[in-house]
Design a protein around this ligand. Structure first.
Ligand code: ADP
Ligand code: MG
Length: 357
């Protein structure tokens, strides 16, 4: 359905120098495929999506859609854009129109659908994304997750052949990510062709037929979710999919600014979608630092989260220690009951207590 050959895109820097963003992108996208595009930020993922629907005219190469070269002079970009829905991070709804008006606007203006038919269809789409009750409300009264579901219904109203999603959940409060991902999952089950730029690794693994790992302006590795996530071939892919988020504190005395740890944990949990674990993480820190490991300073506290496996852990490490610092007996019973596990193990330079959250 879409064929991309030697696609390149450069931007002109303010000082006149050239910034090559897409270097040599090649891929074939078949009907019904769900492709997640992952990769570090700044590697050209958004630029690629914007090039595919010509919001950002490429510098070189070819893009074929349904057998038509869309970069050729005289290509009908209006028709092209009707085939491609686009859902952005920031919703882009019309604030002065109701939810329903947002959805019927483009079909009436561009596809010349009659108002009654457009309304009927809009209501069907709103039902599909769970927003029928809000049809007459204005976007300002909706949560971020609800706005994004309306934006998806709006894209569907144009009967697109493919939908391009650019980080559809990145601007959302973590509690609302799930409702948007489940709408996209349903579209995948319905057979919609989709290209999804996302940082949600587990979602990408579950929903996609293929994964593109973009790095440095090229599709650096592509394959099935199993190939990319379980058996990546190239080292940059491996490092990216297995990356572990870390927060580290060196606690040298009881004068340490513990509030800073509290704030740090909360921020970390919001950033990596772990808000459900924030309270447990903080109460674990307090119990370990002030009770069981009070005598051990300096101590290194490390909070980690492995995105793909979903493992979240809190390490308490003491250099030069050869035995477990934890008390014998039942002092830890209540903590043990709340966490997934407590591992006591020697390290190369000392001893570590790992609490799995
Ligand atoms: P990603 O989506 O992977 O984070 P982008 O495609 O947004 O990356 O950006 C890739 C690079 O292109 C970045 O260095 C960015 O600053 C640059 N870039 C993107 N859009 C423009 C633009 N309109 N003008 C100049 N530079 C841009
Ligand atoms: Mg981007």
């Amino acid at each position: 359905m879409i064929s991309i050959r030697h696609l390149s895109k450069s931007f002109q820097n303010p000082d006149g120098s050239v910034l090559p963003v897409l270097k040599d992108v090649n891929c074939e996208i078949g009907r019904g495929e769900v492709i997640s595009i992952i990769g570090p930020s700044g590697t050209g993922k958004s630029t690629l999506l914007r090039a595919i629907n010509m919001l950002e005219p490429p510098t070189g190469g070819e893009i074929w859609v349904d057998g038509e070269n869309i970069m050729a002079k005289g290509a009908r970009l209006d028709l092209l854009r009707q085939k491609m829905g686009m859902v952005f991070q920031g919703f882009n709804l019309f604030e002065h129109k109701t939810v329903l008006e947002n959805i019927i606007f483009a079909p009436m203006a561009l596809r010349h659908t009659g108002e009654e038919e457009a309304r009927e269809e809009a209501m069907e789409l709103l039902k599909k994304v769970g927003m029928a009750q809000k049809a007459d409300d204005y976007p300002s009264s909706l949560s971020g997750g609800q706005k994004q579901r309306v934006a998806i219904a709006r894209a569907l109203a144009m009967h697109p052949e493919v939908i391009l999603f650019d980080e559809p959940t990145s601007a959302l409060d973590p509690t609302m990510v799930g409702e948007v991902l489940s709408v996209i999952r349903q579209l995948a089950r319905d057979g919609m062709t989709m290209l999804i730029v996302t940082h949600e690794m587990r979602f990408a693994r579950d929903v996609s037929t293929r994964i593109f790992f973009m790095n440095e302006g090229v599709i650096y590795e592509d394959g099935t979710p199993e190939q990319i996530f379980e058996h990546p071939v190239r080292s940059a892919t491996k490092a990216f999919v297995n990356r572990i988020m870390k927060l580290v504190y060196e606690i040298d005395s009881d004068e340490f600014d513990f509030l800073q740890i509290h704030t740090g944990i909360n921020r970390f949990c919001v950033k990596y979608n772990l808000t459900g674990k924030a309270d447990l993480a903080w109460s674990t820190v307090k119990e370990m630092l002030f009770t069981h490991m009070r005598a051990y300073r300096p101590l290194t506290l490390r909070f980690t989260h492995a995105e793909l496996s979903g493992e979240t852990a809190m390490d308490f490490m003491v250099e030069g220690l050869t035995h477990s610092p934890l008390p014998a007996g039942n002092a830890l019973d209540s903590l043990r009951a709340q966490v997934k596990g407590i591992v006591e193990e020697p390290t190369a330079r000392g001893f570590r207590v790992k609490v799995l959250l």
